[in-house]
Write a protein that binds this ligand. Structure first.
Ligand SMILES: C[C@H](O)[C@H](O)[C@H]1CNC2=NC(N)=NC(=O)C2=N1
Length: 101
């Protein structure tokens, strides 16, 4: 079920650091390239457990995670914000640095 606009606004308040662009949320972390690879593997393990997957963009020195729910026509759902919270925890464990972008 897609979230309503009010529900999205409330969910964003509980996901500081995540930016919203329409029906997608994203966050970029600074991390060395190989550390980014390790972090992505860790995120992918969790994604497999919860059946929800981010679009991941690894660059030199940074990695960006973008999340939306494809199954409901690329809209934001609670699953997106749940994954965002899990990615934040993994990022912290990998000492990735949240970036303002
Ligand atoms: C069957 C399976 O749960 C789905 O296809 C999942 C897999 N991962 C997914 N990830 C995301 N981000 N959106 C989805 O709609 C989605 N669907």
């Amino acid at each position: 079920m897609p979230l309503t606009e009010d529900e999205i606004v409330a969910a964003l308040l509980k996901a500081p650091g995540w930016r919203r662009d329409g029906d997608e949320i994203s966050r970029t972390y600074g991390i060395r390239y190989h550390g980014g690879v390790a972090m992505i593997v860790h995120v992918a393990d969790v994604e497999r457990l919860i059946s929800h997957h981010a679009d991941i963009d690894l660059r030199w020195g940074k990695v960006r995670f973008a999340i939306t729910t494809h199954d409901v026509g690329n809209k934001l759902t609670t699953a997106d914000f749940d994954l965002a919270r899990r990615i934040d925890a993994i990022a912290e464990a990998h000492m990735a640095e949240p970036l303002d972008v």
